[in-house]
Design a protein around this ligand. Structure first.
Ligand SMILES: [Fe+2]
Length: 229
């Protein structure tokens, strides 16, 4: 993706998020220079937990069709997870645009509640896993939506209206997109490591490569290794 496109998506997304009365934390608005200074001094946890802006076209260069906007607001730590106590949770705010696909994937560790916070309908396509982890095209899928168990055919579509959510457990294959409008999505989950815990059905990347055609408005999490080193 071009940096100018990333900057524009940040501006549009910020506006969309604010239109629902949701305001992101102060570090969302730090310049790259301030982020660099602060993560070296009083805000190291932002870097360690990889909090912040995350815009991906899954490396395919067609963001409107295949992509996702995310902002990680909090994330626990892997050591606590191994100990079984402490900060074991994470939270993201995301936007799935109308007809913009987040491709079929599953997680090994992370359980996640995906919440429609407003806008259009959020559509999720769901499958179970076979014992080898591959997509199970046959068996019915059972998931909890706001405490209610829903059973549907393999590959069935679960439609969430604003206010509704689904709990996806490790092994639940899922793809999702907005219908009838862009959707503001909340994610509440187990501690999250996006570098290792996303298994895609098709060979695909989790992050974008950036063509630097202008200066970044804000850094993406995927910029941290290069820009904050
Ligand atoms: Fe997921």
């Amino acid at each position: 993706m071009k940096r100018s496109e990333v900057n524009e998506i940040i501006r549009e997304s910020d506006k969309f998020i604010r239109s629902f009365g949701y305001v992101m934390p102060p570090f969302a608005y730090w310049s790259p220079e301030e982020l660099k200074t602060r993560t070296a001094t009083d805000s190291k946890a932002i870097l360690q937990a990889r909090l912040g802006w995350d815009i991906t076209d899954y490396g395919q260069g067609k963001f409107d069709e295949l992509g996702l906007f995310l902002f990680t607001t909090r994330n626990g730590n892997q050591e606590d997870l191994k100990k079984g106590g402490g900060m074991l949770y994470a939270e993201k705010i995301m936007i799935s645009r109308e007809k913009q696909l987040s491709p079929m994937h599953r997680h090994i560790v992370k359980a996640e509640d995906i919440i429609n916070r407003g806008g259009g309908t959020l559509v999720l396509e769901l499958f179970n896993s076979n014992s080898d982890g591959s997509v199970d095209e046959k068996t019915d899928v059972e998931v909890a939506t706001d405490g209610r168990i829903v059973r549907q055919k393999a590959g069935g579509l679960l439609k969430l209206q604003p206010g509704e959510s689904v709990t996806l457990l490790p092994g639940n294959w899922h793809a999702f997109w907005g219908e009838g409008g862009d959707v503001l999505i909340g994610e509440v989950s187990t501690v999250n490591d996006d570098l290792t815990d996303n298994i895609f059905r098709e060979p695909i990347g989790r992050f974008s490569s950036i063509d630097e055609d202008e200066v970044p408005l804000h850094l993406l999490v995927s910029d941290y290794d290069k820009w904050l080193a």
